[in-house]
Design a protein around this ligand. Structure first.
Ligand SMILES: [Zn+2]
Length: 359
């Protein structure tokens, strides 16, 4: 840090050290350690006090099996919400004290994918420093412009999920889910439940959702969907509920070959299969390609979202039409971080929220 920059930075009587959850490699529990609090060192730096950070399935896999892009030791986590506590003099759209969340996947507009119009797949990746599972994080360009104020009435834990809502919103609109359409969502985790609600909000006629977890039927119903037991009679039930024709759109939100197979089997002729679920590396699927060809089945891989969708997702949360509170089932304070994987795997756990800072 230069002296000049330190003088220009808008305050923050920040402590010198903080608590953070550190990952020391696959199969080892996260440990609570003290790290330096990140400082404003450049004119466009923003320091955020973290009130909510995600500990989802991808991070469970990282802690237990490793992560292709992370080398231990590291602080994990990319999805955060909190309050601005310090910022550089060039940051004009924020002020200290403002509740914010961060769009973690903004396009750079320069890479090959961005130039091809595939801005959802921008090659440039940036993240919060040192990682979301810490009391404080720093954001630098290109992410600074994507530190986004959270509207009143949206909790930090809900704001933290804006990125996931944006992913589902992008899939919903790209697949053409709307009035008159029947939709089947395969899976009953948080993404699937958000998908059910968004499909209904977009005007879908009937939104079926497979359920194989106790207690999820009520959540599907509350989201406006029709729960369908997931067993060897699922196909029969889905056909019965869709006039014998099958759903116009089937969203796979599990990430397994068998459920992708089910999606192709159950979709209506001329319908769309949305591949939302990420599978273990190397997963393959034998398909009768003539069945896909002659039935004109469209397969849509869905990953991330185009610019503007993050802001739309945040507006949706502020509208109150998408209530994420029932999904925010478990809280993990930092001093219980070593237990995070066990918590995330509890049968009744939908979204485990790490809470580094709680008043
Ligand atoms: Zn790019």
């Amino acid at each position: 840090m230069t002296d000049g920059m330190a003088c220009d930075a808008v305050p923050g009587d920040l402590p010198t050290s903080m608590r953070a959850a550190v990952w020391h490699g696959p199969g080892r529990p996260l440990t609570l350690e003290r790290l330096p609090v990140p400082r404003v060192e450049e004119p466009e730096d923003v320091v955020i006090r973290v009130r909510a950070a995600m500990f989802g399935a991808a991070l469970v896999r990282a802690v237990t099996s490793g992560h292709p892009k992370m080398t231990p030791p590291a602080v994990l986590g990319t999805l955060v919400a909190g309050d601005v506590v310090a910022l550089g003099p060039a940051v004009r759209h924020l002020e200290v004290g403002r509740p914010v969340t961060v769009d973690p996947h903004p396009p750079c507009e320069h890479c090959a994918n961005c130039r091809d119009g595939l801005r959802a797949l921008c090659d440039t990746r940036a993240g919060v420093e040192p990682g979301a599972h810490a009391e404080y994080v720093r954001v630098r360009p290109p992410l600074t412009a994507h530190v986004t104020p959270v509207p009143a009435g949206v909790s930090p834990a809900a704001a933290m999920l804006t990125e996931i809502v944006a992913c589902v919103l992008d899939a919903t609109d790209t697949a053409g889910i709307g009035p008159g359409k029947d939709v089947l969502v395969i899976g009953c985790g948080p993404v699937a439940l958000i998908q059910v609600r968004l499909a209904r909000l977009r005007g879908a006629e009937r939104v079926l959702c497979t359920v194989n977890h106790p207690g999820r039927e009520a959540l599907v119903t509350a989201a406006g969907g029709i729960p369908v037991a997931f067993d060897d009679r699922t196909a029969e039930r889905v056909a019965g509920l869709t006039g014998g024709r099958g759903p116009h759109v089937v969203v796979e939100a599990v990430g397994r070959a068998e459920t992708y197979r089910t999606a192709f089997d159950l979709v209506r002729t001329g319908g769309t299969v949305v591949g939302f679920g990420g599978c273990p590396p190397g997963t393959t699927l034998p398909l009768d390609l003539n069945d896909v060809h002659y039935r004109r089945i469209r397969f849509l891989g869905s990953y991330h979202y185009e610019p503007g969708v993050f802001a739309a997702a945040l507006r949706l949360l502020a509208s109150g039409e998408l209530d994420l509170a029932p999904l925010l089932t478990h809280r993990i304070p930092l001093d219980r971080i070593s237990d995070a994987v066990r918590t995330a795997r509890l049968p009744d756990c939908l979204v485990p929220v790490v809470e580094p800072w709680k008043d």
